[in-house]
Design a protein. Sequence first.
Length: 494
Amino acid sequence: MLSVSTKQATPLSAAPAPERTFLGQPRMLANLFSVELWERFSYYGMQGILLIYMYYAATEGGLGISKGIAAGIVGAYGGGVYLSTILGAWVADRLLGSERVLFYSAVLIMAGHVSLALIPGVAGLGVGLVLIAVGSGGLKANATSLVGTLYAEGDERRDAGFSIFYMGINIGALIGPLLTGLLQTTLGFHFGFGLAAVGMAIGLTQYALTRKNLPEASHRIENPLPKEQYRKWAGIAVAAVVLIAAAVATGLINPGNLATVVVGLTIIAAVAYFAVILSSKKITAVERRRVYAFIPLFIASAAFWSLYQQQFTVVTIYSDERLNRSLFGWEMPVSWVQSINPVFIILLAGVFAAMWTKLGKRQPSTPMKFTLALVIMGAAFLMFLPMAGTGKNATPVLWLTLILLVFTVAELLLSPVGLSLATKLAPQVFRTQMVALFFLSVALGSAMSGVLADSYSPSTEGAYFGMIGGASIVLGVLLFFATKPIRKLMSGVH
């Protein structure tokens, strides 16, 4: 809802036009809030039905891909989204600026959803996922940056504005799977994908009509690429595309190893990033120690996301085969399970923020929050064990809801502080690269969730959940004992 702020009266000749605001924030926040809401609506709406679309039989409207390969593709796709944030940030900083990259990224996302809805078979799946992954990475890398341009330095509304913006993310994540799942069960998968495309089209249209109102800073190219280097970088891009196409054509990259390939590429990128930063002569000794402190936390973050992102792989299969989704004689769509976590995020995010504010300097250090996140995430997987082997559709919805509540508690201990940690430990000249490193930990974990899911089956789920949950707890305990030396390397950063 738009409102008009009032200020103390001034002479008519000097009176500025009253500022039109959105919930007390700059008016353009409403438009960025909207495009992010609809993008998340389409993203999570599509992802809610993606896995079952791949492994359902053709007679059920699916593609008939094996569950293990399908889960690996979903994991690789999730990793690809976060890998693409690096590309999106580079293009914004060197070529086009954040505003144009966001707009073109939104166009790519909509085109991807249209491809899933209209192009039949594996061809539509491949084209759609590539377009959505690249577009989502570009949008994710630049949407937050654009929100920041709405506020002058020292504007006290900034934190509240970001809170409103992130609320849009969770509203979209909540509603998307509900509506696409409903369409999928009543009309078919392609209608669900079509609804995701419509949602993205709504957000894109609103943004296109108002993008001219963004401040000048949103169009700025921070570090323009010299024109004499255009040909070199164009050649690198073409060579990369040809190399990937050749690897796919020869079978070197295939659906069965796609998640493993993304894991390998992410590890190579992360090692290269760390090597570049640590070998730089532009950082001080204190900054170098802080980068070393980030390494075990990077590993912890990747491990956490490898479990958390199984909401879209193992938990989806579990919801389809093991969950009793009958509600008063009506069967709840599988995708509706994906809306449980956003509800808890909306309810608990403010509680955690208030708790950290009240504790102040007494709150746990960042390494300790990561430790708790790993232990709690492992405990969430162990909570599957009481229902292991109890038969098809035997798990009550309430029990899975409780497990996903524990997922959310773990997420709120790690996810909100991860980017903040990256900026706090970053050397002055490598702030963007350290944020990219955090996204690489999410990419690595997302791809690993697909690799791990290949080992899951209802017949061996007890061993699977026990080993995965136990490994996370053990890693959390190891991080606990490493907390003191890590904090020493952090050199005063809490």
